[in-house]
Design a binder for this molecule. Structure first.
Ligand code: NAD
Ligand code: UDX
Length: 459
């Protein structure tokens, strides 16, 4: 099939490359000429394991093309995916300007029936707005007769595992209208996704509003699990329990399950924080307060300071005589994405308290430099106090303590003897509960995890 993708970011590029890989002819459009130039040059503008190979092989096979040419993009695809950003507005609601600009372009240039797919995460009712904008443009051109249908097909991929998630989805949610154009659009969507349904049917067809809602509900449910576990972990610290043992104890109940129950330094990334805010706003606009979800957000904001609270409790509020090693900067492993990364909150608190930091991350250093320049626009001189090490062990040299924010594999089995002799004092603040407290303590390391009974166990 001929498919166009409007917006070649994380979701657009993965969607485009994977749909090309199963035999479609895909045209990826972006308004950012830098991104398109990198892609045309054979590179990819983001770090995402496995993606570069899929992109290159499909470009070579002539099934995947990149361009900034809007008119050509609208002409190419019978199916037009909108995969542009929906960042938070000042009040936390999803900013739809990019989605509606994409819709306007479709209406401006289309010459035949189009299936328009909202892939971006958008508030309930957005498909109606997209429909109105396209119709308005068609009417302006006197082409109100051209048919189209707007479909909601939210994306559930996780960064760091995006290609695999797209190729082996848990579910494919398709929201369509019940009219003739909706039925025609559903037939196209079923054909497009047929290769993903070979072994068993993964498609869930529903009305458009329910599909739009499903995406927010999924992220809200996952974020709620995390914040709830983080609160329990903080209580575990107070009462002398180990949240890891508790996690295993409750996870064995199939009604609860093991995944997404890891306590840590709070969730970050490009989705949870903004989607939780957006759903909260949707509720308020509709006269309802989502009390649980508002608490989920508040708990997460506080959780991002739990590590530095522990640091301040041990070293005092003035850190000007202290140097800290920081392992992990990206909001999670296997990505260079720094959007809403907890490391930014940790770095800000430490540098503003006068500390020096030597940080390590396998991938995200360049992106960290970029975002910290923005975070420290009010005090750029503080950035002289953070430097970046080439290896985890180089970062801990002479450090008063090691702080772990992201659970990269490379941090899982450090040589504890070397750690102890390299650091000034063997103190570890582990924001991802990578280690067993008993092993650390018996190795002579002063260990503070999240909810690991560390207030009782650590010296
Ligand atoms: P992104 O910022 O990485 O990419 C968006 C791209 O759209 C940018 O390259 C931008 O230049 C381009 N763009 C903006 N306006 C355009 C226009 N009018 N025409 C063409 N291109 C345009 O964003 P993303 O992370 O890919 O997210 C896209 C959407 O998918 C968001 O709604 C997000 O919530 C949702 N989503 C993201 C993820 C994720 O893990 N990143 C997962 C699921 C859903
Ligand atoms: C998330 C959703 O999982 C995905 O379905 C959606 O499409 C986009 O948003 P992503 O943001 O890429 O994906 O990463 P995810 O693995 O969900 O992690 C999000 C954040 O939660 C990370 O900061 C991670 O460290 C944190 N997290 C995750 C926890 O703190 N504990 C957990 O148990 C799981």
């Amino acid at each position: 099939m001929n498919v166009s993708i409007i917006g070649t970011g994380y979701v657009g590029l993965v969607t485009g490359a994977c749909l090309a890989d199963i035999g479609n002819h895909v045209f990826c459009l972006d308004v950012d000429p830098r991104k398109i130039a990198i892609l045309k040059d054979g590179g990819i503008p983001i770090y995402e394991p496995g993606l570069e190979g899929v992109v290159q092989s499909n470009v070579e096979a002539g099934r995947l093309d990149f361009s900034t040419d809007i008119q050509a993009s609208v002409a190419h695809g019978d199916i037009q995916f909108i995969a542009v950003g929906t960042p938070p507005d000042e009040d936390g609601s999803a900013d739809l300007q990019y989605v509606l600009a994409a819709a306007r372009n479709i209406g401006r240039y289309m010459e035949s029936f189009k299936v328009v797919v909202d892939k971006s995460t958008v508030p309930v009712g957005t498909a109606d707005k997209v429909t109105a904008v396209i119709q308005e443009e068609l009417d302006k051109r006197g082409r109100g007769d051209l048919g189209f249908s707007v479909v909601s097909n939210p994306e559930f991929l996780k960064e760091g595992a995006a290609v695999d998630d797209f190729m082996r989805p848990d579910r494919i949610v398709i929201g369509v209208s019940g009219d003739d154009n909706g039925r025609r659009a559903l037939a196209s969507m079923r054909e497009l996704y047929a290769p993903f349904n070979r072994n068993h049917e993964r498609t869930r067809v529903m009305d458009v509003r329910s599909a739009e809602f499903t995406k927010y509900a999924a992220n809200a449910m996952l974020a709620t699990r995390i914040s709830f576990m983080n609160e329990l972990a903080n209580l575990a610290d107070r009462v002398g329990a180990d949240i890891e043992a508790v996690r295993q104890g409750i996870g064995s109940d199939p009604r609860i399950g093991y995944s997404f129950l890891y306590a840590g330094t709070g969730y970050g990334g490009s989705c949870f924080p903004k989607d939780i805010q957006a759903l909260t706003r949707i509720a308020r606009e509709n006269g309802q307060t989502l009390r649980v979800l508002e608490s989920v957000e508040a708990v997460n904001d506080e959780q991002k300071t739990v590590l530095t609270d522990k640091v301040f409790a041990r070293f005092g509020k003035d850190l000007s005589q202290h140097c800290f090693a920081l392992w992990g900067l990206a909001f999670k492993p296997n990505t260079d994405d720094m959007r809403e990364a907890p490391s930014r909150v940790v770095i800000s608190a430490l540098l503003r308290a006068g500390a020096r930091i030597v940080a390590h991350d396998p991938i995200a250093v360049e992106e960290t430099r970029r975002v910290l320049a923005l975070d420290f626009a009010d005090a750029p001189q503080l950035l002289d106090r953070i430097s970046y090490a080439k290896s985890p062990m180089a970062a801990v040299e002479g450090a008063d303590a090691l702080i772990i924010v992201t659970e990269w594999k490379a941090y899982r089995s450090p040589n504890l003897e070397r750690l102890k002799t390299t650091m000034k004092s063997p103190v570890v603040f582990d924001g991802r509960n990578l280690y067993e407290p008993a092993i650390m303590t018996s190795a002579g390391v002063i260990y503070h995890g999240i909810g690991r009974n560390s207030l009782h166990a650590a010296g």
